[in-house]
Design a binder for this molecule. Structure first.
Ligand SMILES: Nc1nc2c(ncn2[C@@H]2O[C@H](COP(=O)(O)OP(=O)(O)OP(=O)(O)O)[C@@H](O)[C@H]2O)c(=O)[nH]1
Length: 214
């Protein structure tokens, strides 16, 4: 079975739940006391999609403003970006729109964009309607889902939809930009200074924290 490596980055305001989404997807766990990401963290997970194996190389970026300038290192060469907002924070939806603009201007031309409205378990405190977000996502041809990392809602679905939207290998070989097959690591950010590896299952790896630019 063919193995494809797909670089995926997560972008969005601090505290919207990017790391929690990745943890839920890779480890199927949730930590209510998770620490803010410093720099970025990296995890992988391989899933079967039709007759291929898709190995997601996931770069979880830090949402804090002081790390914003690092983001291009992570979206460069990405097959897909998951831009996350918090449905209980209107401001995080505005930040999401800024990320979309930045990707348009500086990101890979054919990058698949997925919009995740996270914390849908907190719908009592909702500030962004599902309709507004869906209309916006449709207007930019992005995948849209409301997710809850806490309650494991729609987390796998985001990645399945990305797999569905990634162009077939053949069209990639004809020169489409913006997605990667095997050489996804080319141009990836350089290496991690801190390596604290928690639980690792056979199909997953995690190399979190403090990534420094060259
Ligand atoms: N209720 C609820 N809380 C969540 C959910 N996802 C994340 N959280 C909480 O939101 C807080 C921030 O989550 P993180 O995953 O660290 O957010 P982040 O976007 O990675 O933040 P940065 O690393 O600073 O960019 C934590 O307290 C999480 O437990 C969710 O789906 N529902």
């Amino acid at each position: 079975m063919a193995l494809r490596e797909l670089k995926v980055c997560l972008l969005g305001d601090t505290g919207v739940g990017k790391s929690s989404i990745v943890w839920r997807f890779v480890e199927d766990s949730f930590d209510p006391n998770i620490n803010p990401t410093i720099g970025a963290s990296f995890m992988t997970k391989t899933v079967q999609y039709q007759n291929e194996l898709h190995k997601f190389l996931i770069w979880d970026t830090a949402g804090q403003e002081r790390f914003r300038a690092l983001a291009p290192m992570y979206y460069r060469g990405s097959a897909a970006a998951i831009i996350v907002y918090d449905i209980t924070k209107e401001e995080s939806f505005q930040t999401l729109k800024n990320w979309v603009k930045e990707l348009r201007q500086h990101g890979p031309p054919n990058i698949v964009v997925a919009i995740a409205g996270n914390k849908c378990d907190l719908s009592d405190a909702r500030e962004v309607t599902e309709k507004d977000a869906k209309d916006y996502a449709d207007s930019i041809h992005a995948i849209f889902v409301e997710t809850s990392a806490k309650n494991a809602i729609n987390i796998n679905e985001v990645f399945i939809e990305i797999s569905q939207r990634i162009p077939a290998v053949d069209s990639g070989r004809r020169g489409r930009e913006g997605f990667q097959t095997a050489p996804a690591a080319v141009g990836d950010p350089p290496h991690l200074l801190l390596m604290t590896t928690p639980r690792v299952s056979p199909e997953t790896t995690r190399r979190p924290s403090n990534i420094q630019p060259e």
